[in-house]
Design a protein around this ligand. Structure first.
Ligand code: SF4
Length: 380
């Protein structure tokens, strides 16, 4: 084996990127039996994480956006809507998902911080579960949250639902330095986070820690993993931050750390599920998922993930508005990854374009690394 098995050559990366674009999303492409939809419930959040490029605002918090379609052209890209997703828009989004022709369905609650619309989250779950066009199909919910407003009472309301909580969590105080408080101090945020972990541990709900590492934390992959083990976290997903400029030595440090984590977990898998073993993720900036914005606009998710860093992507990644989409097909309405890559090349130029595809290559490097690690043996 190579002395640096985590490292791939340029030729290997070129080939893997081409392969990933050609095969399309494993989760949502033509070979998948699942359709899913993400919902941007609000653009409000208690935090302003340094690696987050969603257009967040506290303006219009708690007010329903009317959900009207704005005229959009490439020359005049969509602006940032003000207000939260209304119950009516939420129901229309679920109605559209239910037109899926696939066997399994998924609904992901996202933001901003979706629990700032907690009653809407619960109502949407109930609406989706009881939807006549669901026709008994399995339906999975994913709640992406910073955890700050989770407590035993709220988690109790979610008990018994087909739900997984994706807890954005960066470990100890050093790791969490990228999670900046906005409507609360760092101390209050830290205490609320610890309380949420305890409440989740006691709730019996399925949950995992989603750790995002920016380039400045490239050397801290093993530290996040060690913290998760020590804190008794049941499952962990480690991610690199996209939309950021990863220098070659930072990419190497991240990959080296991920390789070491996989090796340690292979040797002692008990007590923690490491979700990174699941090979075949989309190359992160080119995510295959669709998302409904607070105003009912529908986009490939990268449009909102990179909204502040690469605003030009927003018009290119726009699929339409629920007004026009709701009565049409859901399945295969998303862009294929190769189409997304082409749209990205048209929308961006210069350094932003280089950074975008450098991030894609880092995703390919992770994919190759995990494949090599699995060849040495993966936990059951
Ligand atoms: S908690 Fe999530 S939505 Fe809020 S700033 Fe951080 S990454 Fe962005």
């Amino acid at each position: 084996m190579s002395a640096e098995p985590w490292r791939s050559t340029d030729a290997e990366l070129d080939a893997r990127v081409a392969h990933m674009l050609a095969r399309d999303s494993l989760n949502l492409g033509q070979s998948s039996d699942q359709d899913r939809l993400m919902l941007m419930l609000t653009r409000s959040c208690e935090l302003r994480c340094s690696y987050c490029f969603v257009g967040l605002t506290e303006a219009g918090r708690g007010q329903d956006h009317p959900g009207a379609a704005d005229p959009v052209t490439l020359a005049e890209p969509p602006g940032q809507p003000v207000g939260d997703m209304s119950a009516a828009t939420l129901q229309r989004a679920v109605d559209w998902l239910m037109r899926s022709e696939r066997e399994r369905l998924g609904l992901q609650f996202f933001g901003g911080e979706p629990t700032r619309r907690f009653t809407h989250v619960r109502a949407a779950m109930r609406y989706a579960l009881q939807h006549p066009q669901r026709a008994g199909r399995p339906l999975e919910f994913l709640l992406t949250t910073n955890g700050l407003s989770l407590n035993a009472a709220r988690l109790g309301v979610l008990d018994g639902l087909p739900l997984t909580v994706q807890f954005s969590l960066d470990g100890d105080a050093v790791g969490s330095r990228f999670r900046r408080g906005h409507v609360a101090s760092a101390e209050v945020v830290g205490q609320a986070t610890e309380r949420a972990i305890d409440a989740l541990q006691q709730s019996g709900l399925s949950w995992f820690m989603n750790a995002t590492l920016p380039p400045a934390a490239a050397e801290e992959v093993e530290a996040r993993y060690a913290w998760a083990r020590a804190r008794g976290v049941p499952a962990l997903q480690l991610n690199y931050a996209t939309g950021m400029d990863w220098r070659p030595e930072q990419q190497a440090a991240y990959l080296r750390g991920l390789w070491a984590v996989l090796g340690d977990h292979r040797a002692r898998p008990e007590g923690l599920r490491l979700l990174n073993w699941a090979n075949g993720a989309d190359p992160a900036p080119l995510c295959g998922d669709m998302i409904v914005d607070v105003d009912g606009g529908v986009y490939q998710v990268g449009a909102l993930f990179h909204e502040r860093r690469s605003p030009a992507l927003k018009a290119s990644y726009r699929i339409g508005h629920l007004d026009g989409l709701q009565a049409g097909r859901f399945t295969d309405r998303r862009w294929r990854l190769s189409e997304l890559a082409a749209r990205t090349r048209q929308a961006l130029s210069g350094r932003p374009l280089e950074i975008f595809f450098d991030n894609v290559r880092l995703g390919a490097a992770v994919d190759l690394l995990v494949e090599r690690a699995r060849a040495l043996g993966a936990p059951p």
